[in-house]
Design a protein around this ligand. Structure first.
Ligand code: SF4
Length: 708
């Protein structure tokens, strides 16, 4: 819509997976305002502090990368280069690595903040042209345990519920999620639903008494990593109190009898000891859940960022299967996506073990299907490296070219010392990035400046499977280009070297063509969107998948007919035991460190740090811990402490916080090198991964303190 010089564009907030609709006003050169879009079903006009201040994140002098830059030696300064030269250099270096060391010497590390179109082109470039599956993303740090948990139990990576269920639930269980900070608009909706229905019970499970816990009727401050024991004990109570939906178990699931045997170990008494909470509270939580008319669970990083993340997800989903609390209004297990498009990335196969449209790389038929759609002979069968293993391989010198896109691994991956060694070891590091302050930039041999919100155009999928159009409101600054266009151009330059004389696999002039090809890959799959196109989305607005050809609307809830995406059509109970955290506390490292978000910051703060109003909420990182631990380490509020783990140390002020039990400490995840003498919180965390999801245990590390 245009009035005079002013233009209003409807788009999506670029921060969290809630996926709020925004109306962006601009005068063509700069943004004049960003408001919530009252017509978008995700937020109905609401925005949180981050979304409301989006206009202030644009037009900041010095904030953006404007031109491609290259350095000719690791110790030389980078110089500005022309785009054509940058593209040719990237293609030359990749082709040379493939020729000398094989395709697996090249790796791509992408981001859940890319648009679906960006993701699609990078995946095709990696697998169809370079010939490797070494394409992983920071979604590995975010949602891969949720993916694995859904697949283990329900058979497909598909969150079954929708945001409307918040208004219809009468028990809401929130596990390992500080929704009040990380998904504020959904939390506001939950607060409103509870105000409208005072009988609603909210159960919050978190080692820390967060702002989310302030809404709880029952708060379970479990010890980190003990979720499986808690969920098993709740299921045990459901069995003993006869609160199961036996018909549902009988007709729609398999594996319950075996799991039931295992539950004998997990009495409320035994779980109370493991979890550090009372037996009565476990019984109460189970009874509320079991007696609910409609029970809804929200969960995110507290379950996912764990060396037992897949099991934690599965154990929570078991509660829903055992009580039939799935596929009906107000009910279901509901993973909250951290990043704005972690869902869209998964849909196009944006993890090293996946392929387009929720296909599995390990499945030969799936590889053949994707090869046929792309018009290539085959997709390489050898598994690609997931994020942590990718950087471990790089540290060993096995990766010769690493292309990092729209993410900041030098700060955001665990065990920073290892990650930085890896970035130094790689022969040629390409960093494709919008912001000039990324901690990963010093490692770049080639910098490719990218456009970002509000310059980009494409699609994203939010936590409730809703695909929305992202629309550009401003031109990209300097010479910055869209991510998928950079990928397309390097892909075509590589084709000239690696598949000469064949028609290009990347004949795209416009994002709508990329989306249309993605749509083709989904035909007949669980996320079939053959009824969607940019034109349809523009006409009828954001839609939930599946949306097959002929549909007039998407599907609000999945599995309403009790049929699941497993070979038998039955959901699965998985026989899983409880495993403690990967790095337990010891006499030398006696404190349990957990990490998390603050309300007003996002990831490594490339964008939110540009807004003074957001920085005021919490101005600097502080280690929070119980007063008894301050006393034990002879520290007072505001003292500087050296915080040490087995992998590194940082110096920060400490503060007493009675929201943490003795023995627990909390650090926000956002701050990096500039604030902490080169190190951020991930100098302390460890890269131990879940055996299935390969997601690292960012939520727990053993630490100690000494006065600094
Ligand atoms: Fe943006 Fe998430 Fe806030 Fe919505 S809740 S405005 S998507 S940060």
């Amino acid at each position: 819509e245009t009035t005079g010089r002013n233009k209003t564009v409807s788009s999506i907030c670029c921060y969290c997976g809630t996926g709020c609709g925004v109306l962006i006003q601009s005068d063509g050169q700069r943004l004049t305002s960003v408001e919530g879009d009252p017509t978008h079903p995700a937020n109905l006009g609401r925005l949180c502090s981050k979304g409301r201040t989006l206009a202030d994140t644009t037009g900041k002098p010095g904030a953006r990368l404007l031109y491609p830059e290259q350095r000719l030696a690791k110790d030389a300064p980078r110089q500005r280069v022309a785009w054509d030269d940058a593209i040719e250099t990237a293609a030359d270096r990749i082709a040379a690595a493939v020729a000398q060391h094989g395709p697996n010497s090249v790796a791509f590390y992408l981001s859940g903040q890319l648009l679906t179109e960006d993701y699609y082109v990078f995946n095709k470039l990696t697998r169809a042209v370079v010939g490797t599956n070494n394409v992983d993303t920071n979604s590995r740090l975010c949602m891969s345990s949720a993916v694995a948990g859904y697949k283990a139990t329900l058979g497909a990576d598909a969150p079954p519920a929708c945001y409307e269920d918040i208004d219809q639930a009468d028990v809401v269980l929130i596990a390992g999620s500080n929704m009040a900070y990380a998904h504020p608009v959904l939390f506001r909706r939950l607060e409103a639903a509870k105000a409208a229905n005072p009988a609603m019970k909210v159960i919050v499970i978190d080692p820390r008494r967060t702002d989310t816990a302030s809404l709880a009727d029952l708060f379970l401050p479990i010890l980190p990593g003990t979720d499986v024991a808690l969920f098993h004990a709740m299921l045990n109570v459901l069995v003993w109190d006869d609160l199961l939906d036996r018909d549902y178990i009988e007709q729609h699931t398999e594996g319950f009898a075996k799991l039931k045997d295992r539950l004998r170990e997990f009495t409320p008494r035994a779980a109370a000891d493991i979890c550090g909470i009372s037996e009565e509270d476990i019984v109460t939580a189970a009874r509320w859940f079991g007696r609910a008319g409609a029970a809804l669970s929200f969960y995110t990083m507290g379950l996912n960022q764990s060396a037992a993340g897949t099991d934690k997800n599965a154990a929570l989903i078991h509660l829903h299967l055992a009580t039939g609390q799935i596929g009906k209004p107000g009910a279901g297990p509901f993973s909250l996506t951290g990043q704005p498009n972690a869902m869209g990335g998964r849909e196009v196969g944006g993890l090293s073990n996946l392929l387009s449209a929720h296909r599995d790389l390990a499945n030969p038929e799936h590889r053949a299907e994707v090869a046929a759609i792309w018009g290539v002979d085959s997709i390489p069968a050898e598994p690609g490296l997931p994020a942590i293993e990718l950087f471990e391989a790089a540290a060993k010198g096995q990766i010769k070219v690493l292309w990092v896109v729209c993410t900041n691994p030098a700060q955001s991956l665990p065990d920073q010392a290892l990650v930085r060694r890896a970035l130094e070891k790689v022969d040629f590091v390409i960093v494709q990035e919008a912001f000039a302050g990324s901690e990963t930039l010093p490692y770049a041999d080639l910098v490719l400046p990218a456009s970002t919100w509000p310059e980009k155009d494409g699609t994203v999928t939010n936590s409730e499977r809703r695909i929305s159009r992202v629309r550009a409101a401003l031109p990209a600054p300097g010479e910055a280009r869209h991510d998928w266009i950079i990928a397309r151009d390097v892909a075509q330059a590589l084709e000239a070297r690696l598949r000469p004389l064949r028609p290009t696999l990347f004949p795209y002039d416009d994002g709508s063509q990329v989306f249309a090809e993605h749509v083709v890959t989904t035909a007949g799959r669980d996320l079939d969107i053959t009824g969607l196109s940019y034109a349809v989305l523009d006409e009828i607005g954001p839609q939930q998948w599946p949306f097959p050809a002929g549909a007039t609307s998407g599907k609000a809830r999945l599995y309403q007919d009790g049929r699941f995406a497993t070979p038998s059509g039955r959901a699965r109970f998985v026989d899983i035991g409880y495993r403690p955290v990967a790095e337990n506390v010891s006499a030398q490292y006696p404190l349990r460190l957990t990490t998390g978000r603050l309300r007003d910051h996002w990831h490594t703060m490339s964008r939110t740090a540009l807004v003074p109003g957001l920085t005021r909420h919490v101005e600097e990182p502080v280690l929070s811990l119980n007063q008894r631990d301050l006393d034990r380490f002879h520290l007072k509020n505001g003292d500087l402490a050296r915080i040490k783990s087995r992998r590194g140390a940082i110096v920060l002020p400490v503060e007493a916080d009675d929201n943490l039990r003795p023995g627990m400490a909390f650090l926000p995840m956002h701050w990096g090198g500039a604030y902490m003498a080169g190190n951020g919180v991930n100098a302390l965390t460890l890269g131990k991964v879940d055996p299935v999801s390969r997601q690292p245990e960012l939520k727990h590390a053993a630490i100690t303190l000494e006065p600094a």
